[in-house]
Design a protein around this ligand. Structure first.
Ligand code: C2E
Ligand code: MG
Ligand code: MG
Ligand code: MG
Length: 292
């Protein structure tokens, strides 16, 4: 009976594995179509200076939605699949050109465009064509490199730090900004960090979220802010969701913020409304009066 049971279990797992493989293939095929049929889209999340309430940046975030607007797969799921089957390259190009074209469009409309941040995965970062891609997108859309920031994770650049440093220097030579995303969640060697031409650290939202309720997270956030200050890098907090988060960060010298408290990632037309010259979020007053 035990043998029988074992055999059944084997069949069960084999079937599960097969189903999973079929499912993965279906998703891969769907993703190929999504790329070809232009079913991917970008949303833009504002980054604010909490001292003035003005939009100082936008982060482009990938979406693949069902026709009813609900997400089909999350961007992390898309990127994970796309890195395995090579689609990451055309997807990355599409993201870059689409985001740059949108920025140019906003500028044509007379809007006050801040810098635009674009995420790069480890595979994209190591791709030999990256520098050319950035250069092409800037040139095609007649954009100053000053407007573009590339977001990289620690793991993407610490994997092969010497090659990474070369690549970062090449990108820096184009004139774009470089940011270290999700800081604190990956492996960082501080001695390398010092050698890399990084302009901005993004404190991961997991720390920011707990900073007002957990002493360890509070200490981590404080430490990252002083690290950035001491190394003459800018610092921005991700995942700012409450007024308490805003106060905590302002009191510790971090004034660049991104999170649901200010705005969720928005479709381009809605985001454009925040770029009307002189726009200041009403959240500014409440945050400031609380922190004074
Ligand atoms: P990320 O670069 O760290 O982006 C920030 C994520 O935090 C976004 O999730 C955003 O929607 C979410 N977020 C922002 N504010 C808040 C908040 O206050 N609370 C909470 N709970 N979440 C907040 P999203 O859009 O699901 O993207 C997830 C990740 O997928 C990104 O993390 C990035 O690593 C990756 N990703 C997104 N778009 C792209 C892309 O175009 N290319 C690449 N390579 N990766 C991308
Ligand atoms: Mg990011
Ligand atoms: Mg992040
Ligand atoms: Mg993140």
């Amino acid at each position: 009976a035990a043998k029988e049971q074992g055999r059944n279990r084997y069949h069960y797992y084999a079937k599960q594995l097969q189903e999973r493989a079929v499912e993965r293939l279906e998703i891969e095929t769907a993703l190929r179509h999504a790329v070809a049929d232009n079913l991917l889209s970008l949303v833009y999340q504002p980054q604010l200076d909490a001292r003035t309430g003005t939009v100082i940046g936008l982060e482009a975030l990938l979406r693949w939605n069902n026709s009813d607007g609900t997400p089909y797969l999350s961007p992390l799921q898309i990127i994970t699949i796309a890195e395995k089957n090579g689609l990451i390259i055309p997807i990355g190009e599409w993201v870059f050109h689409t985001a740059c074209r949108q920025l140019r469009q906003w500028q044509h409309e007379g809007l006050a465009t801040p810098r635009l941040a674009i995420n790069l995965s480890a595979v994209q970062f190591e791709e030999p064509g990256l520098v050319q891609l950035v250069q092409d997108a800037l040139q095609k859309n007649d954009l100053s490199p000053d407007y573009i920031e590339l977001e990289l994770t620690e793991s993407a650049i610490m994997h092969r730090p010497d090659d990474a440093k070369q690549k970062l220097l090449e990108l820096k030579k184009l004139g774009v900004w470089l940011a270290l995303d999700d800081f604190g969640t990956g492996y960082s060697s501080l001695s390398y960090l010092k050698l890399f031409p990084i302009d901005r650290i993004k404190i991961d939202r997991s720390f920011v979220n707990e900073a007002t309720t957990n002493n360890d997270d509070a200490a981590i956030v404080e430490t990252v802010i002083s690290l950035a200050n001491n190394m003459r890098m800018q610092v921005i907090a991700e995942g700012v969701e409450t007024q308490e988060h805003v106060e905590f960060l302002l009191a510790r010298g971090c004034h660049e913020m991104q999170g649901y408290y200010y705005a969720r990632p928005l479709p381009a037309d809605q985001c454009g409304k925040l770029l009307i010259p002189g726009f200041v979020t009403e959240k500014w007053h409440s945050a400031l009066s609380m922190s004074s």
